[in-house]
Design a protein around this ligand. Structure first.
Ligand code: SF4
Length: 165
């Protein structure tokens, strides 16, 4: 059975389909920082210095705005979210509004932040390993194309993604 908040968000999505306007944002991708500590050849985000990253006060305002749009899930992505020193404080601002968090990370900071991540994020996807596996493992590619979205299917040859629900 849907919670009142989820029911409200679903109704607002349907209203948006009818009116052609955005009334609800049930899921939001949020980049705590544009900075990154990886150097992937396919990307230049790591050149960013983070000067335009939102402050905690701005993130608090954003969390309040998203609550009014019925946001239920916020996916932290990047750049590398864990490269921002106060990323857990940013996470708590969304959690204070009742939102569920997911983390998309290169995994390089997971060792240092493991307990903080486990306490705050419902699911974690290690994207660099996932990307490598997707490219390199022929058995994963067809399943990935079929899935269209959502987490990558677990590869039997390598551990391609980790998640906690
Ligand atoms: S981990 Fe992601 S954001 Fe960082 S350099 Fe690689 S593709 Fe870009």
């Amino acid at each position: 059975m849907l919670s009142p908040a989820n029911l409200r968000a679903n109704l607002l999505v349907k209203l948006g389909e009818r009116t052609g306007k955005t009334h609800a944002l049930p899921l939001v991708l949020f980049s705590p920082t544009a900075r990154c500590n990886s150097r992937c050849v396919s990307c230049d985000w790591w050149r960013a210095d983070g000067a335009r990253d939102l402050s905690l006060a701005e993130i608090e305002g954003l969390a309040g705005d998203l609550a009014r749009f019925g946001t239920r899930v916020v996916v932290f992505t990047g750049g590398e979210p864990l490269y921002r020193p106060d990323v857990m404080a940013a996470a708590d601002l969304f959690r204070a509004k009742g939102m569920t968090l997911q983390l998309l990370t290169s995994g390089l900071g997971l060792g240092r932040y493991a307990e903080d991540v486990a306490a705050r994020f419902q699911a974690v996807t290690v994207s660099t390993v996932w990307t490598l596996s997707w490219r390199e493992c022929a058995s994963c590619a067809p399943a990935r194309r079929r899935s269209r979205c959502g987490p990558a299917p677990r590869c039997t040859a390598t551990t391609s993604a980790s998640s906690r629900t």
